[in-house]
Ligand binder design. Structure first.
Ligand code: TA6
Length: 284
């Protein structure tokens, strides 16, 4: 079942419920901010101090960073992570699939406003499949008659029981760019958290696993080879918008991305799709 609701402040959300899971998606930003399997607990972290408000990005869930990830290379005054987080998508379709899962497709087209920031014609579709897994696909169609280049991220915030118990595996031996030191390094072992971490892992082809004291989650990516791992830790959390001081303890971002050398050039009238499939694993 998919229900479109308008909140009192005019903010539109979709509520999805099926035999596998429930989910909530904001039309602003094409932003899923709740996914919970019927037999499990919430997968996505959302800041309790983040409101659903027009013009403000939700702090948590899966923000879409598009058509650039991080700072804009040409103009540092443009918004970090692109302009889509506060753009209004419209519901293109929703349907129950044969296996009982729910598919939702949202669409954003270029507009006078978007072209004033990024002068290209495009269609941006985000497809969600709400099932035993959460699948999210972001497809960029270039409607220009020239190629254009994008970087992007599905900036997933995962809820964890305690950051001190978190281990991320699947990135061992991968090169990464450390955004804090601006140096390149190679990951030796599983990633653990004892300080701020902000890294872009490169050449990632296989699944990444997030484990805490209570569960494991598998993340499979397609159409990308970069994975961003971020936790702001104590001091940066205090400076972040819409985040309580202790927020870093219960969240970690593992982002499916096209970043750095993994930027994508899309030919005229062609598409590029980046996909993340997020599966909470059953413990034996
Ligand atoms: O993906 C990691 C990152 O780029 C960090 O550097 C960090 O500050 C962040 O995303 C959150 O950015 P935001 O624009 O949402 O405050």
């Amino acid at each position: 079942m998919v229900v479109l609701k308008k909140l009192e402040n005019g903010f539109d959300i979709l509520e999805i419920d099926n035999e596998f899971a429930s989910a909530k998606i904001a039309l602003q930003g094409g932003h899923i901010y709740h996914y919970e399997r019927a037999d499990d607990k919430q997968v996505l972290w959302v800041s309790p101090s983040s409101d659903l408000e027009l013009g403000k990005a939700i702090r948590g869930g899966i923000p879409l960073c598009w058509p650039w990830f991080g700072m804009n290379k040409e103009d540092e005054n443009l918004p970090q992570h692109g302009f889509v987080r506060t753009s209004l998508f419209h519901l293109e379709s929703s349907q129950k699939l044969e296996d009982g899962s729910t598919q939702v497709i949202l669409l954003l087209c270029d507009s006078k406003e978007s072209r004033s920031v990024w002068n290209h014609r495009f269609e941006l579709r985000v497809e969600f499949i709400i099932s035993d897994s959460l699948e999210i696909k972001l497809t960029t169609k270039n409607l220009d008659d020239q190629p254009f280049t994008i970087t992007q991220a599905l900036h997933t915030y995962f809820e964890v029981s305690n950051i001190n118990d978190v281990k991320i595996t699947g990135l061992e031996e991968k090169p990464y760019f450390d955004a804090l030191t601006t140096k390149g390094c190679v990951q030796k072992d599983a990633i653990i958290f004892e300080q701020e971490v902000d890294r872009v892992y490169q050449e990632v082809q296989d699944a990444v696993f997030l484990k805490d004291a209570t569960r494991s989650i598998q993340i499979n990516n397609q159409g990308s080879s970069s994975v961003v791992v971020w936790n702001p830790w104590i001091e940066k959390t205090k400076r972040m918008s819409a985040m309580n001081d202790d927020a870093y303890k219960t969240m970690v971002c593992i982002e499916s991305a096209n970043a750095l050398d993994d930027e994508r050039s899309i030919q005229a009238q062609e598409n590029h799709t980046i996909t993340a499939i997020i599966t909470p694993l059953k413990e034996d």
